[in-house]
Design a protein around this ligand. Structure first.
Ligand code: HEM
Length: 136
């Protein structure tokens, strides 16, 4: 087996996770990008945060150019043992108690909060007006 077809486990690749020794996994291939870190147009931090896992979706999400893809060959060191990559778990939202969307009660309370003082004010003004005109 030649060194270029060496197969690594994810935990082996994960050990190379520093700025001085950085490996990533993209499309089932392992790349030693240590020398490229500082030259990477997207910065070294994004690549460093993509170590220790399958970085394929991170790599694809950026929409790397074909030039970028062509550059990768230079850093190829082997393949990843796919069975060592944990399967993607689908996100299931936590179960929540049924949320009451009905806001009618809240609305009526707010309306009353607004109307009651207005009615009181109206009655007060009415009484004042009535007593004034009655005494005149
Ligand atoms: C061997 C692996 C990689 C190579 C050769 C590479 C190469 C490049 C190149 C040439 C660019 C300039 C834009 C382009 O031509 O597409 C770029 C941009 C970028 N890359 Fe990578 N990249 C690699 C891995 C990654 C990984 C694993 C990530 C994310 C975790 C990443 C994130 C980014 C980001 C965020 C940009 C900047 C995009 C922008 O500013 O629009 N790259 N990369």
């Amino acid at each position: 087996m030649s060194s270029s077809s060496k197969v690594y486990t994810l935990s082996q690749v994960s050990q190379h996770n520093s700025p001085h020794d950085c490996w990533i996994v993209v499309h089932g291939k392992v790349y030693d990008v240590t020398k490229f870190l500082l030259d990477h147009p997207g910065g070294d931090d994004v690549i460093l945060s993509a170590t220790g896992k399958d970085a394929t979706s991170d790599f694809e999400d950026i929409g790397h150019s074909s030039t970028a893809v062509a550059m990768m060959d230079e850093f190829f060191v082997g393949h990843i043992n796919q069975s060592t990559i944990p399967e993607k778990t689908e996100y299931t939202p936590p179960k929540q108690p049924h949320y009451n969307q009905d806001k009618t009660k809240e609305f009526v309370v707010r309306l009353l909060q607004l109307l009651v003082p207005l009615v009181i004010l109206g009655v007060a003004v009415g009484i004042r007006f009535y007593t004034k005109s009655a005494s005149a």
